[in-house]
Design a protein around this ligand. Sequence first.
Ligand SMILES: CC(C)(COP(=O)(O)OP(=O)(O)OC[C@H]1O[C@@H](n2cnc3c(N)ncnc32)[C@H](O)[C@@H]1OP(=O)(O)O)[C@@H](O)C(=O)NCCC(=O)NCCS
Length: 214
Amino acid sequence: MLVGNDVVDLNDPENRPGALHARFDARVFSPAEREALNAFVPDSASRHELRWTLWAAKESAYKVAKKLDPAVRFLPRDFEVGRIAEGRAVVLHKTGPFDVWVDRTDEWVHAVASFSAASAASTTRPVSGDVECLKALGADASRTVRELAREAVGRWMRLPPGQVQIAAAGRIPVALWRNQRMPVDLSLSHHGRFVAWAWGECAIPADQRGFLAA
Ligand SMILES: CC(C)(COP(=O)(O)OP(=O)(O)OC[C@H]1O[C@@H](n2cnc3c(N)ncnc32)[C@H](O)[C@@H]1OP(=O)(O)O)[C@@H](O)C(=O)NCCC(=O)NCCS
């Protein structure tokens, strides 16, 4: 199981409708996605929430696609949200499709995409993860999300968090125990006041468990 996640702070000043480039929607969304957005009044809260839900779904899918094919680039219109309802979405891409779980509050949207060669879309959530608010303004989000992810993965593996390391392969995070890849695929995200992480079980072939930093 490969996993990708993305969190969006819905109240971040840069994301407000007035702060966006006039052609933002046209650049980022497909005609069908724009039609869904246009069902809502401009500048309405519903349109704002849908815009960033679509975005988070695309970016979470991109993070999985990049693991499947390192040549993939994040061209948002190439990742089309084909269906979105009741906390689930499907993102279509030449490397996919990707099954995406979406959680939303008034403050954030969190999308978690997954891909498993074996699976049909699962009815039970195949991945774990969470969203947390940074405790202090200006806190180091990269560091905070790593600490939280180490704790969460450590709990799940019954290991002290101090024994879980998070390294990077390129920029993609990987979880290690004693310099060996753990049997999880991990994704991290941070935006505005929020950090989020997600992981799923993932068998690592024996010859790929040793980790050499890139
Ligand atoms: C992955 C990417 C979309 C994330 O952007 P973002 O919204 O700023 O960041 P998020 O907080 O959601 O995610 C960042 C985290 O994802 C992870 N990450 C970074 N690149 C990743 C990738 N390619 N795939 C999976 N995970 C990645 C890292 O853990 C990173 O956290 P860190 O900065 O603390 O190390 C962006 O960094 C990126 O790689 N853009 C693609 C560039 C591209 O293809 N351009 C072509 C356009 S023409």
